[in-house]
Ligand binder design. Sequence first.
Ligand code: PLP
Length: 379
Amino acid sequence: MPLRDHFPIFQSKTYMNSCSYGALSAEVREACLSYLDDRDRFGSHWEVWVEKLETLRPMLAQMVSASPAEVAIVSCLSDGLNSLVSALDFTGERNKVLLTDFDFPSTAQIWRAQERKGAVIECIPCHAGELTIPVERFAEYIDESTLVLSLPHVCYRNGARLDVASIIKLAHAKGARVFLDCYQSIGATPVDVRKLNVDFAAGGMLKYLISSSGSAFLYVKEDLITNLQPALSGWFSQADINAMDIYRNAPANNARRFESGTPNIPSIYAAIAGLRLVDEVGVGEIERHVKTLTSAIKQKTLENGFKLAMPGEDGAHGPLITIRSTDMHQLVANLADAGVVTSCRDGNLRISPHFYNNLDDVEILFEALNNQRELLVCR
Ligand SMILES: Cc1ncc(COP(=O)(O)O)c(C=O)c1O
């Protein structure tokens, strides 16, 4: 894979933690510095700031196969979801919100915060001993009272990838909307909101889009936008950002209505640079490359007698591979001492390769893991 030498971290470490943060490239570093240089050079630079936002928007739209008018740029996924849910009505007969055991805490907490507005929350479980949530379980829970299903594409805890295409069809057959959280897939797995026919989707720039914290996106399907009036607002959500009208809240008639105040501009500089790199390699190519690496990791996990924490079949997991540990924090710390950067959740070691990793990294990882056998669940 080209471009590995754009990521200085590999000079000193074996970095395999893209599910937490993507590695920092020379391009993203330069983009961050160019924000500061621009401040020095121009002093105030408002037009260029707004222009940067409108450079990023079509790039993000292309990443999910949406139109730019369907994409709001927000500071974190939670901000986008908060704005979206503020526009939903939970007082009708359709007031049920379905979560899953795979939801990230933020999404679950935001949906639960709607209980006082009338939402009835139910969680679709992943039972003890199961590594994923089968499609049939969704069919048992989705009914005519379901307003919306919160659906993670890839579980942040164990890497299981849900069959979102089938689940979205099931939800639509009952008249329910679907919010797809694709933060753990976007940038390493193609996400096509049109093909999926999903209603809402969100992700952020920090992980496989290899940029920075401080920017994320919310997709809202075009024909739903104008019927959704967020109770959150701000001047960047208005039809005319320059209206400066304190007597009216006049939201844009596109997805900008889900934005609020001054964007996180330094992060937008970084996001443009990160997306350019991802685009240069191509998400299809990244998916193929990551599959080679995840296949090698799965095979070595089995050869070494360790235990996978996600379903092993291709397609049933995302770019994140997880291995059961007896003491995950100690394991991550010991691997870090050996120069291998990983992370953990829920008793699982998380290994998340991206396009900049190679099979040598996998060898180094397993050499280090073999020195930590007492911290791994062995079969
Ligand atoms: C699947 C998923 N959703 C949401 C988030 C958090 O999003 P934010 O902090 O941007 O609100 C994360 C962060 O790790 C995540 O993995």
